[in-house]
Design a protein around this ligand. Structure first.
Ligand code: PMP
Length: 410
């Protein structure tokens, strides 16, 4: 392993000159080689890791990003420090967080009317932060419940305001999104909350409802489809997303919020949940999750290099189509319960007609290098999460395995 790294060291050093000139210790050339990035192309690295990872999150990240982070881990761009070791107020991290924000603004065409925040606490913390910032305790707010995550968001909001369910897909086991005229919105609701993509149930909005109240706003949890396709941010008052599915590791949560909504938080709002404080301090009110923000910056750069979110969406449509086609063409051997028009591009849940075979399916797939396919513990079955970073080859391998498994068990 070390020998391989040494062999490739020339090209590595020309790609990452910081390793050759600014090593922080003399013996770096030895210890660094042991941990330095392999110069092998990422296509070979895929074989190296040996698996396609279908986890729902934390989830697979682009290999080029992981390899770049590896190459910069020990000595970030000649600074003599890792990103994890430097001040969040120093010039290196300042450049990282600014680039993360500007690249994200380019990806989603986010106007200056919106603040972009890099926060902590996961999307779960946003379940409380949203009502605390956007309404008073006696205000009413509306929630559409399309799966477990919107249900959790609603239950948390109940603690801070008068939250109502305006539609629920529970009785149909969360397989649908309502048609928008079915939603019984409160005329005075301060906001309408949706979960853009239900990670567990695989239900995704393809279009967005408009709040009935002219002064109301649409709020969306986009944790599991963030940056998977273009979104017209101007239709929303607030979008939030935990990074650990599509754009980074766990530890950072991104909030995109219209600036005119800031500054009216409930008095009990903890300082760490007050969007205005974070916006006024450019997400540096306290120590941010520096490493996680750095990985997001690399991911955003990679998404721009791919041609932006239209190009990314095309790839995601192709990947999900071959998987859904395989399920639908299996004659009932595999079943996806979600209504076709709202099937997720990101999380594909399915069951086997003979549920006794599901354990075997998951175990055999893992032996073949397709891991983390088990459905969420609350629903069982199988779930293939095929976020941006899942290569088409991974999905092709999965469908080939599915067909072979069916041929052996039908
Ligand atoms: N919303 C959605 C759609 C999710 O998928 C998740 C996590 N799987 C959450 C919220 C909660 O996120 P976190 O664990 O970052 O709090």
């Amino acid at each position: 392993m070390a020998a391989a790294a040494v062999t490739g060291s020339t090209s590595l050093y020309s790609r990452f000159p910081q390793f050759s000139s600014s090593s922080r210790h003399r013996q770096l050339s030895i210890s660094c080689i042991a941990v330095s990035p392999s110069p092998i192309p990422s296509s070979l690295a895929a074989k190296d890791r040996g698996v396609y990872n279908f986890a729902a999150g934390p989830a697979t990240l682009p290999e080029s990003v992981i390899l770049k982070a590896q190459s910069e881990l020990y000595n970030y761009r000649g600074s003599g420090m890792s990103i994890m070791e430097m001040s969040h107020r120093g010039k290196e991290f300042d450049a990282v967080i600014k680039k993360a924000e500007s690249d994200l603004r380019r990806l989603l065409s986010i106007s200056d009317e919106f603040a972009v925040l890099f926060l902590q606490g996961g999307a779960t913390t946003q379940f409380a932060a949203v009502p605390l910032n956007l309404c008073k305790s006696d205000d009413s707010v509306d929630y559409i419940i399309s799966g477990s995550w919107s249900d959790k968001a609603y239950k948390e909001a109940q603690k801070f305001c008068k939250a109502s369910i305006v539609w629920s897909g529970k009785s149909e086991k969360y397989t649908k999104i309502p048609s928008f005229d079915e939603i019984r919105q409160n005329p005075d609701a301060k906001y309408l909350h949706i979960c853009g993509n239900e990670t567990i149930h695989g239900v995704e909005y393809k279009d967005y409802p408009e709040p009935k109240n002219m002064n109301s706003i649409l709020v969306a949890d986009m944790s599991s489809n963030f940056c998977s396709k273009p979104v017209d941010v101007s239709k929303f008052g607030l979008i939030y997303a935990g990074a650990q599915k599509n754009v980074g590791p766990s530890g950072v949560t991104i909030v995109i919020v219209r600036r005119d909504l800031l500054g009216d938080a409930q008095p009990i709002t903890p300082v760490m949940l007050d969007y205005k404080i974070h916006a006024d301090n450019a997400s540096l009110y306290n120590t941010p999750p520096c490493f996680a923000v750095y990985i997001c910056a690399l991911v955003f750069e990679d998404l721009l290099d791919q041609g932006g979110l239209h190009a990314v969406e095309e790839k995601n449509i192709k990947k999900s189509s071959i998987l859904y086609d395989t399920i639908d063409g299996s004659g009932g051997f595999y079943v996806c319960p979600v209504k076709k028009s709202v099937r997720s591009l990101m999380n594909v849940p399915f069951t086997l007609q003979n549920s006794d075979l599901e354990k075997k399916f998951i175990a055999e797939a893992a032996q073949e290098g397709m891991i983390q396919l088990k459905g969420h513990r609350s629903v069982g079955g199988v779930r293939a999460s095929i976020y941006n970073a899942m290569p088409l080859a991974g999905v092709e391998k999965l469908v080939a395995f599915m067909k072979d498994f069916q041929a052996r068990h039908d």
